[in-house]
Design a protein around this ligand. Structure first.
Ligand code: EPU
Length: 433
């Protein structure tokens, strides 16, 4: 069997322009949300990533009619869905499959969905989602790797206070409640830009959702949602990844098709690190010529510094002057990738939620692994600043969430290639026997 890898030869500064794709974490919620809509939904700015492909496959299994209109536009019609059970083999690959529970429950009063997969960084509970569904009147059982949710008498609006600020639970409760009777109030809701995007999508189809982007969201149930058109927001994390990369390598790039407001928390940190950042209406210019400074970072729910940028920033801080302290406060275990960076010469110590990064003069290329999506992006950034070749394996994790990442970096002057080679573990197998 052949496996895909990237080879990165470090040393080039980045120059030029790139376009940012639609937001992964909005797309993976809006696609399942079409289940709630009675009629065709035309969705624009859909990123070409494997998580989207996997979700569309699941939606087809359900009986959704999906047309690819052009490169980034799809039309999904869920009027004739005949199935509310999602197969485990498909579901286990993506975390966002949990949005199918809220959407199916909201529309058909029942859902049977395999427990979600996705990036592995510690325990990923869904108790807050379940609490929300139960408060709305659903019965939820988890058995044999499946979540079964039913609401024979329909869902009824209620107040849900989230014990933890959770992106997934906020969106899932919104999905379950848009067609419920009466008003649902979600308190201590997450405020990420993609939560506002999902609410805007639902409202453009006829829902009544107010307050998305604040910590209290009010959903007044409506009888039906009608089809329409909607364009997904640009990916804040994809933009941030290129911003971190040019801050690490030096250079001057223009990042187009973005919403600068969504990037403020990232812009602030990269400016502290020495990047010079200019914001325009829908683009941002990032350059660095001078010193790369140390900073401290603590990840927090939006508008705090995003956990999904933590690995990329750690990679950019390896060559900074002085010692940086990074605190991961969203996920329990999101530092597994650091051992890969150490093999390239990084000096990083991890103690629980804290990583201490002592700036070094030089990194050297090495074979490394993309443990998960953002860790994979961090390997690319480290490879771009290292002397010699870095070979990255398990790049399918990266392609779950970044569209054409190799082509985009190459267009900025990076020496990066995707290649296929025989699976070494398979070759070694007869020797083990
Ligand atoms: N949590 C609970 N109970 C729950 C839900 C969450 O304890 O019922 C905890 C989690 O264990 C975690 C924290 O709450 O410690 C936040 O989790 P959240 O629910 O916000 O995360 P998520 O919805 O599963 C989304 C993104 C992640 C991103 C997080 C945090 C999607 C598909 N995924 O996950 O994105 O890290 O929000 O912002 O939207 C990525 O894109 O690389 C990625 C991992």
């Amino acid at each position: 069997m052949l496996v895909e890898k990237y080879s990165v030869c470090g040393g080039n500064r980045l120059y030029g322009e790139i376009n940012i794709s639609g937001a992964k974490n909005a797309a993976v919620a809006i696609i399942p949300a079409t289940v709630l809509v009675d009629g065709p939904c035309r969705i624009e700015n859909v990123p070409k990533i494997s998580d989207v492909t996997a979700l569309l496959t699941i939606m087809r299994e359900f009986g959704a009619n999906i047309k690819l209109i052009n490169d980034s536009t799809i039309e999904i019609d869920c009027s004739k869905i005949r199935n509310t059970k999602a197969p485990y083999e498909l579901i286990r690959k993506i975390r966002a499959s949990y949005y199918l529970i809220g959407a199916l429950l909201g529309r058909y009063r029942c859902a049977e969905v395999g427990m979600p997969g996705g990036c592995d960084f510690g325990v990923r509970p869904i108790d807050q989602h379940v609490k929300g569904f139960e408060s709305l009147g659903a019965k939820v059982d988890i058995k044999n790797g499946f979540i079964h949710a039913t609401a024979e008498n329909g869902l009824k609006g209620t107040n849900v206070y989230l014990d933890i600020v959770s992106v997934g639970a906020t969106i899932n409760i919104m999905l379950a409640s848009v067609l419920a009777s009466g008003q649902t109030i979600i308190e201590n809701a997450a405020k990420e830009p993609h939560i506002v995007d999902v609410a805007n999508f639902l409202n453009s189809m006829g829902a009544d959702v107010k307050g998305a982007g604040t910590d209290v969201i009010k959903v007044r149930g409506v009888p039906t949602l009608k089809g329409g058109s909607y364009a997904i927001i640009p990916d804040q994390i994809e933009a941030g990844t290129f911003m971190a990369a040019v801050t690490a390598t030096g250079g001057d790039i223009l990042i187009k098709n973005i919403i600068p407001k969504h990037l403020e928390c990232i812009t602030a940190k990269l400016s502290e690190m020495g990047a010079i950042i200019e914001e325009f209406d829908d683009s941002i210019r990032v350059r660095r010529d001078g010193a790369l400074n140390r900073v401290n970072i603590k990840t927090l729910p939006y508008p705090g510094f995003p956990t999904d940028m933590q690995p990329q920033l750690v990679a950019a801080l390896i060559l900074a002057n002085g010692t940086s302290i990074v605190t991961e406060s969203v996920w329990e275990n999101r530092y597994r990738y650091i051992d890969e960076l150490k093999r390239m010469g990084a000096k990083i110590q991890v103690d629980g939620k804290v990583a201490i990064i002592e700036g070094v003069q030089k990194l050297t290329g090495a074979p490394v692994r993309a443990w998960d999506l953002r860790a994979g992006a961090a390997m690319i950034i480290a490879g771009l600043t290292a002397h010699g070749y870095t070979e990255i394996e398990d790049v399918l994790h990266i392609e779950r969430g970044y569209e054409n990442i190799v082509e985009k970096f190459a267009s900025l002057g990076a020496d990066i290639k995707r290649f296929e080679c025989p699976d070494e573990e398979e070759i070694a197998e007869p020797l083990k026997a």
